[in-house]
Every structure is written in C-alpha cells, then in structure tokens.
Design a protein around this ligand. Structure first.
Ligand SMILES: Nc1ncnc2c1ncn2[C@@H]1O[C@H](COP(=O)(O)OP(=O)(O)O)[C@@H](O)[C@H]1O
Ligand SMILES: [Mg+2]
Length: 387
C-alpha cells in the first residue's frame, strides 16, 4: 500500500505531502488545486511508461508546470504585511514527484538543462531518481540512485553501475530492464504501471461506450469505456457477479442487465428496466445510466490495480445515483487503494460515513495549495534527496 505521495513545485503545489489510506477523498473549493494534484499523479505514472517528458510538453512545458510564485513565502507575505516578491533563487529549480510505501519508495526530480544554443534548450531533463527502502528517504537507505546519465544500485557495501548512458529524457524505470542488476527498479515500475486512472467517460450519442463492439475477455475497462459490454460480461463470468447485480439494484431497483452476442461476434449491452416492455441498448440509455454502468464496470474489475485514481466521478450523474456510486467506491476500496477527487456533497457524505475514509480538504493560501488543518506535525515524514 502507498503510504505517502509528495509533490514539490508543480503548479500550485509548492510542497504537498499527502498521507494515504485505502480510501482517500480529496475535496476543496474551485481553484484550490485538486486537478493539479490529479495531474501530478498522472505525471508520476507516466515515468514508468516512458512518457513523462512528453506529458509535460503537452501541458505547455516545464516552465508552465513550475510553481509560478516566489521560491519561499515568508510569514510577513502571508499576513499581508509585505507584498509577494521573489529574490534571486538560492536552490536549483526542480519539479519533484514521489511516493512512499513501507517497503520501497521512489522519487523523480525534473529540471531545466544548462542554458545552451540547442533548439531543445527548454526540454525538461530528468536530473535525479531514487529508490529507497522504507517510507522515508535517508542517504543510508538508498537502493538505487540515478544522477544524470548514471544509474547505480547498492551491492552490499559498494555501488554497482547499472547504466551509464541514460538519456536526460528517459526515466530509469522505462529504460532499465535487467531484474538481476536492479530488481527494485522493476518492482517500482510494475507498481506504478498497475495504477489506473479514470477521468471523464464520454456519453454523447457517438460515445464509444454506446457502440456495439467485438468482445474479448476484458478484466480492465478501457479509459474510454468502448469495451463496456465485454467488461460487464467478464465480471459476470469470472468476477463478483453478485456485487454487480447488487450495484445495479442499488441504483435502479428492479433493473437487470444482460449482454447479447450478435452473429458477427459483437457485444450489445441490454438494460431491462421495470415498467418497460423491452430492454434498452447502450445507444438508448440516458447519460446518467450509461455513466453509472461504466463506473460499475470500472470499479468491480476482476483484476484490481494497486491504485485506482478517479477524477470527479460524479460528473453528469443524477444526484439520486451519487450515494450508490459512493457505496460502489467504498466496496472497490476493499480490494484496491482508491484516490478520488469529488465536489458532490451526497457522494462525499456516503464516503465519509464509512469512518475509514482519509478525507483531505485542499485550501489555497497566496496561490499555494495546502491541506486543511495539516501542520508540520501531522504531515507524514518526507525528505527529498539533495539536488
Ligand atoms: N504554474 C503555476 N503556478 C502556480 N499556480 C498555478 C500554476 N498553474 C496553475 N496554477 C493555479 O492552479 C489553480 C487551478 O487549480 P486546479 O487544480 O485546476 O483547481 P481545482 O481545485 O478547481 O481543480 C489556478 O487557480 C491557478 O492559479
Ligand atoms: Mg478541477
């Protein structure tokens, strides 16, 4: 289980250290930094897929993603006594992302290259990556250390070079594949690759989830939901069929679903509702019903990931469905760690009711995102490796 996620200098997150539980709920007013936090998690996940630099470029480059305020905010700036101002920087400017677990932890440092005449002078570079044992970084607990192009792993009392020509834009997680040389790299990579993100499902008339599709066994619903019928059929055959029936009954009393397989092998979802003479197909369902079924398929996955990240799952769901969605999310958190951003009061209430929800409310002070009521004593212990 992940115990901590830490972010520094990413947009409004100057320094955020977030404790993690099996079920985590992020709330906060508009502009408090919820989406920034979600995006920073996606960026962290990209490192293991080899796409962190491209993902940053899509966001407008490192210059745009960096915290745009002063290097440090003084008490006098906070109280309004003096204006917000920045002096010359004392430390190298680094965007940093990391996570901890009780066994292995990881962080990555991104920065700008030394100024040059190259056309790529604004390309971010990976400056450092570390894997250490236990939740808190200490120099003595480091197992794998990447500085610039060189990756070293600890071998008893000495260090062994694992790679020496890494490109500045490649993470060691995507480039080092030798289990013998550094098993920790492969283990961290596999952890991060198992994280699953769900953002907005399309439900317009041309949405992929409304079209019949060729079905294959689908233990993991795709991010666009085009394989909804196959994912539901997979739950029926090898997953928690009873939980599926209950989740539908919970939201639509008396309703049932079935999957029809056409002669050409295409799967069609049929939704039988109390009061109707024939079942409706996915093409005919209301946006809310379709979206709820998409969440059912995503959350009851027969192959739960290490971490499931849900960004505002309430979007365009009827308020009546929110408590049922909340119950579904709680159920999913029994098998996988769940991290969810939400504004929806009814769902928040349902999640909080479980008594074991780690609820974090975000605030913004002078442009900086903070966790409400977190002082330095409640923040989980976290150190960044030196630059
Ligand atoms: N590079 C940056 N530096 C500092 N703040 C930023 C930067 N980019 C965006 N922001 C701030 O982040 C805020 C948006 O946060 P966001 O995560 O979208 O909020 P929400 O909680 O509504 O999802 C904006 O108010 C903007 O001021
Ligand atoms: Mg947002």
């Amino acid at each position: 289980m992940i115990t901590t996620i830490a972010v520094a200098n990413y947009r409004s997150l100057i320094q955020l250290v977030m404790p993690m539980a099996p079920l985590n709920l992020i709330t906060g007013l508009n502009g408090s930094g919820k989406s920034n936090l979600y995006k920073s998690l996606r960026l962290l996940a990209e490192t293991a897929q080899g796409g962190v630099i491209n993902a940053l470029a899509r966001e407008g480059g490192l210059e745009s993603a960096f915290w745009a305020g002063p290097e440090s905010i003084s008490k006098r700036m906070l109280s309004g006594e003096v204006e917000v101002q920045g002096g010359p920087r004392k430390n190298a400017y680094r965007l940093r992302l990391g996570f901890a677990s009780d066994e292995l932890s990881y962080c990555i440092d991104l920065g700008l290259p030394i100024p040059s005449a190259s056309a790529f002078a604004l390309d971010p570079e990976i400056k450092r990556e570390c894997i250490w044992a236990g939740p808190v970084y200490r120099p003595a607990s480091v197992l794998v250390d990447r500085k610039g192009p060189v990756v070293k792993s600890r071998e008893g009392r000495s260090w062994q070079v694992v790679a020496s020509h890494l490109n500045t834009f490649d993470s060691m997680l995507s480039e080092v594949a030798d289990y013998q040389l550094a098993s920790e790299i492969i283990r961290i990579r596999d952890v991060i690759r198992s994280w699953r993100f769900y953002d907005h499902f399309r439900t317009d008339a041309a949405a992929p989830a409304r079209q019949p599709h060729l079905g294959t066994r689908t233990p993991v619903l795709s991010q666009d939901g085009h394989d909804l019928a196959a994912a539901l059929q997979t739950i029926i055959e090898i997953g928690d069929h009873q939980a599926l029936t209950e989740a539908i009954e919970d939201a639509f009393p008396g309703a049932t679903i079935s999957i029809d397989i056409q002669e050409d092998g295409r799967f069609v979802l049929r939704f039988k509702q109390y009061g109707l003479l024939r079942p409706l197909t996915a093409a005919e369902l209301s946006d809310g019903t379709l979206r709820y079924l998409l969440w059912v398929a995503a959350l009851l996955t027969p192959r739960p990931p290490g971490l499931m990240v849900l960004n505002e799952p309430e979007t365009s769901l009827h308020p009546d469905l929110l408590p049922a969605l909340g119950r579904l999310i709680k159920k999913a958190s029994e098998n996988t760690q769940v991290w969810v951003v939400s504004h929806a009061r009814l769902m928040i209430q349902e999640l909080m009711d479980s008594g074991r929800c780690n609820a974090l409310n975000l605030n913004k002070e002078l442009g900086q995102t903070t966790i409400e009521d977190q002082d330095i004593f409640d923040a989980p212990a976290w150190n960044w490796p030196g630059t």
